[in-house]
Ligand binder design. Sequence first.
Ligand code: ADE
Length: 240
Amino acid sequence: MRIDVLTIFPEMFEPLLGASMIGRARSLKVLETQVHDLRDWTHDFHRTVDDAPYGGGPGMVMMVEPLVRAIEAIQALDERRAHTIFFTPAGVPFTQARAGELAADFSRLLLVCGHYEGIDERAYLWADEEISIGDYVLTGGELPAHVLIDAVTRLLPGVLGDETSALDESFMKGLLEYPQYTRPAQFRGMMVPEVLLSGHHANIDAWRAEQALERTRRRRPDLLDEGGRVDTEQPGRRSS
Ligand code: ADE
């Protein structure tokens, strides 16, 4: 997959794109990233990307012209058309299911990071999709872009060492993940649950399923239906 990022803070990307799983995906050539500075598509001395809102009000608005010039120029850098995502708190909430679809359905993404009080509404005509990463307001789309890159990259074939671990995780089955333990078996008087030491795989599977359901009931009842079962109608749930 190729991911292009359009931002006024390109320096926010290199440190994270080189580390951990993303760095691994890039060295494996499963992921290629290109980060572009929006100011490269301005024509004035001050490299202006924002202006005061028509109609008045606080803050500044990102101008449509540099944004669209940049998006069109970046699209032309590769023969694959980039599925273009704008980040905004007014977007559709991001889910594990959507991360899986983006990883499976597209070979190229263009992530547009908004800033200031917002983006000139006309620029959204160039968006294929608008995504929010949660009900809170960030200063810009850079952190949401990192979140999306991370969530999508780890689902690309060959990136996770153990392919099954992605499938087993929270949300893929509509439940939170069961508790995990590793050595030592006893720490400051706290024992690892007996069943996990038993070597009895059927019992372990049953215990984990029960724990996942119980934890979901306590922490995220919104993921369950009224009978306390996995809600197959959940918008973010991937049916499998
Ligand atoms: N930009 C500012 N806040 C955001 C959010 N919560 N999600 C996506 N983009 C944003």
